[in-house]
Design a protein around this ligand. Structure first.
Ligand code: FES
Length: 264
């Protein structure tokens, strides 16, 4: 550590970074993966083709980025045709919900505050900014919308599970199991586990009780959510990476680049 830096710390002008380990590695990896995910997700919702592996390839797989399929511009999946006036990609309509949920998630906030804003980049490493105003004013006060985002996202894992079940149909009333079906199921469960471990959801479902004895059902729900909450960071990352992977797989099958193996 340079003598000048320690002297500055002593005078209180700037705290020193005394860490000599690879503290920067975790925020650097977080930065790369999150940025890659944002770039890929943006591309895929603005590329409205090959998001559905349909009868032409003998499958019934819909990309999670386009699910639920509520416009008449969708080519498959559970198409509800609720929106007929939308002239753009159906994926754009669905994106605000997961964006709001993930961007305001308590875990992701920590992750991107550290990796993108360097505020602070790691424990015992000085903040890159001269002042700290917290989340008490605009725009970061909007992070408090997370509890409402929790309500909005609840239907999504259920719909994804329904799409995975529909993916078991191989046409003409025949049912089976393809690798794509397994991927769709895993994706639905990962998003479900991530949602069930939500800190805000855990509080809403039972954490706000002053006495658990007064709400035995809510206490039971709270205990179950706590199991997922313990690994919230893990579910956050696996569900994030897997949703992109699911989309890539379906696009490759839909475009005929790869053949989806059928297990039975
Ligand atoms: S805190 Fe992470 S999803 Fe709610």
């Amino acid at each position: 550590m340079a003598v000048g830096t320690l002297e500055a710390e002593r005078r209180g002008t700037r705290p020193a970074n005394l860490r000599v380990d690879w503290w920067w590695l975790q925020p650097a990896i977080t930065f790369v993966v999150l940025l890659g995910f944002v770039v890929y997700s943006t591309w895929t919702v603005f590329t409205p083709h090959d998001f559905y592996a349909g009868p032409s390839v003998g499958r019934h797989y819909l990309s999670p980025y386009y699910s639920p399929c509520i416009t008449n511009r969708c080519k498959g999946g559970t198409t509800w045709n609720l929106v007929s006036w939308w002239p753009f990609s159906a994926g754009i309509l669905m994106m605000p919900f997961p964006i709001l949920f993930r961007a305001t998630c308590y875990y992701y906030r920590k992750a991107y505050y550290r990796s993108f804003w360097l505020s602070p980049p790691a424990c015992a490493v000085p903040d890159a900014h001269g002042s700290y105003t917290g989340e008490s004013r605009f725009p970061l006060i909007l992070q408090n919308l997370h509890r409402f985002a929790f309500y909005l996202i609840i239907p999504f894992p259920i719909i994804l599970l329904w799409e995975a079940i529909k993916g078991l149909e191989f046409g003409s009333g025949h049912w089976g199991l393809g690798l794509g079906s397994i991927i769709l199921f895993v994706n639905a469960f990962l998003l479900g586990f991530y949602t069930l471990g939500c800190h805000a959801g855990r509080h809403i479902c039972g954490g706000h009780l002053n006495a658990f004895s007064k709400g035995p059902v809510r206490y039971w729900v709270w205990k179950q959510m706590t199991r997922f909450n313990l690994h919230h960071m893990g579910w956050a990352w696996t569900s994030l990476v897997f949703v992109a992977w699911t989309d890539i797989y379906i696009r490759l099958v839909a475009s005929g680049v790869i053949h989806d193996p059928r297990l039975f």
